[in-house]
Structure formats: structure tokens, C-alpha cells
Ligand binder design. Sequence first.
Ligand SMILES: NC(=O)c1ccc[n+]([C@@H]2O[C@H](COP(=O)([O-])OP(=O)(O)OC[C@H]3O[C@@H](n4cnc5c(N)ncnc54)[C@H](OP(=O)(O)O)[C@@H]3O)[C@@H](O)[C@H]2O)c1
Length: 342
Amino acid sequence: MTMLKSFYEHRGPVPQDVIRAVEFTPAALTAGQALVAVLAAPINPSDLLMLTGQYGRLPTLPAVGGSEGVGRVVEIGPDVDVTGGVVNISVGQTVLLPAGSGTWATHLVADARRLVPIPDGADPQQLAMLTVNPATAALLLTEFVTLAPGDWVIQNVANSAVGGYLVQLAKLRGFKTVNLVRRESAVASVLADGGDVVLVDGDAPGGALGRDLSARVKAAVGGADIRLGLDAVGGAATDRLARCLSEGATLVNYGMMSGEACQVTPASFIFNDITLRGFWLAKWFSQASREAQRALYGELTKLIATGKLSARIGATYPVSQIKEAVAAAHAGERDGKILIVP
Ligand SMILES: NC(=O)c1ccc[n+]([C@@H]2O[C@H](COP(=O)([O-])OP(=O)(O)OC[C@H]3O[C@@H](n4cnc5c(N)ncnc54)[C@H](OP(=O)(O)O)[C@@H]3O)[C@@H](O)[C@H]2O)c1
């Protein structure tokens, strides 16, 4: 059987230029390992930043691309205790792949203890996106401001996967969302996710910096307080969000889509007491207890497996077309995630 993996030996500014599909033959399984056939693995912005060298933690080179996904166990190595309760996998079991395990491949070898069984019958493509984005959306809603049903939250990149999960989770918890997108053609999909207010980000040409968006937001929420703002863009977009917030509110930057430094004017800090924070899921993982992680992922798995939480899928590609897939993910203005489906 031909096995393929998406391989890169150096980093560069154009992510699709540095990665390529190569054939490989895995070494015989050693103690505690399992061979898994990958069923689906998404391409996230963080994966692209690893290829360009701009991410906060970079894999040692050479590396295989892809940080999350779902697979099916095809072989179990020696000394994997499948009866002891610690490792709960068997051949044929569908599993969540370990974070950062190089998932854009037809197969991978993993430590069996790090494979998490997932419900049979659930959509593997939706569950392939479980590890990174749904958890980010859930934590952005809980880690910074204590929200009550009826409270408003504002976010940009609302048509992204994180944005969509956030809209759906906010709705389940009774929070209301103001959603900013950067193009008119993305409005309908956010409304379909359940966004309460959806606006195109930006200020009217010639308008005072930030005033136009904040006036439109204020009118849309009827002057209600907005105590939490979520920014994945940076640059001037950060300040436009800051100006929509109520006094003492928290603004969280968790993404760098514009590649620019977050701008917040002194007026927001001084006159409106805005706090600017950062969020990184990797940091949360390193600090959260096992119980907290289990509780979060238990809830999210259930929501996704029952279809209550989902993300749009723009297109799927085989591993052999990794360059085309990465280019499509990098291009922007998509209607959903690009998935590698071997
Ligand atoms: N901090 C963390 O732990 C963490 C965890 C997960 C995700 N994230 C971040 O969350 C963000 C969303 O991730 P995702 O996987 O949900 O993204 P995604 O589904 O791939 O969507 C990307 C989004 O970014 C927008 N975008 C692209 N380039 C932009 C630019 N130059 N200016 C403004 N907007 C731009 C896109 O708008 P169009 O559709 O109009 O192109 C789209 O809304 C990313 O920044 C990602 O790195 C952070």
C-alpha cells in the first residue's frame, strides 16, 4: 500500500511552496505504538504560520504538516495494553489524533496512549476539527469575562471556523453576538449560524477613525453594554473593536490575520478603561487541569457528534494535492475549512 505524508524541510513566505507529498514506509511498530489511517484533517491558519515560520511554537525540521484530525486504527504494536483501561483502543476504532502529530498524511504512527476514541457514527470530518477551534471559541467565552444570558459579545472574522463555533456556543448559552466580517458576501453564512447582528467591518471613507463602526454597532444593540471583544485580525481592526466596547470591557486578541500589530488608541485605554489581553490555546493546555480539559472536550465532542455544533467545509483534497490544498487555505474568501481527506 502506498502511504503519503505532507513533508517540509524548510520554511518560507509562501506556504504551498515549501510543502510536498512524499511516499513513505513506516518502521515496524514498537512498544506502545499504533498505526492509524487518517480519515480527515483540517488546514488551520496556525498550520500555515508553521510553514511560514511565524507561529509561537515551531516543529523541528523536517516535519509533517497538520496539527489535528481523526483516523482509524489499523494496527496495534506490541505492549499496548488494550484491556487495562488506560488505552481504550482496538483495531477499527475511530480516534482523535494527538495534537501536533503531522496529520496531513494517509497514515501516521502514534503513541497509543495519546489516541482518544470518539463515538462511532459521528461525522469524522466534523470531529477532525474538534481539537483547535471549538475549544478556542468556548474558552474565549469563559476565560476573560463572566457573561450572563442576554449579554452581548463582539467579534471579528465572524465567518471563520472559530467565529462560527463562537456564534453557535453563544446562542446555546443565551449570549448575543455582534459579528464583523470583512466582505458583504460573508454576511449570510454568519446569519445562518445564528449571529444576532452581522455587520461589515470598517469605517465610512472620510469618517472619524472608528466612529462609523461603533455608531452602527451601538444602534444595532440598542445602546447595550458590550463587555467582551474578540479580535483575530490585529492592526486597525483591533481599535475598531475597542471603540465598540463599554467602559471597563476586555478585548482579547487571539489571531494575527492581518499580520499587523494590534492598535488601540490611548483614548480607549484612558477614557474607557479597556483592557487588552491575549489568548493561546496551547498555553491553556499547559495550565488547565486534566479534569478541566476532559470536561471541555467531553462537552464539545457531544455537541459535534449530535450535530449541534459544526463548521462549514469549503473543499476536501487528497494528500497527493497538498500544495493545492494549502494554496486554497491560504487564499482567503473561502466558504469553509479546507480538509485533507486521504
Ligand atoms: N490563539 C489561539 O489559540 C487560536 C486557536 C485557534 C484559532 N486561532 C486563530 O483564529 C483565527 C481564525 O481561525 P480559523 O481556523 O477559524 O480561520 P478560518 O476558518 O480559516 O477563517 C479565516 C478568517 O480570517 C479572515 N481573514 C483572512 N485574512 C484576513 C485579513 N488580512 N484581514 C482580516 N480578516 C482576514 C477570513 O475572512 P475571509 O473569509 O473574508 O477571507 C476568515 O474570516 C485565526 O487567526 C487563527 O490563527 C487562534
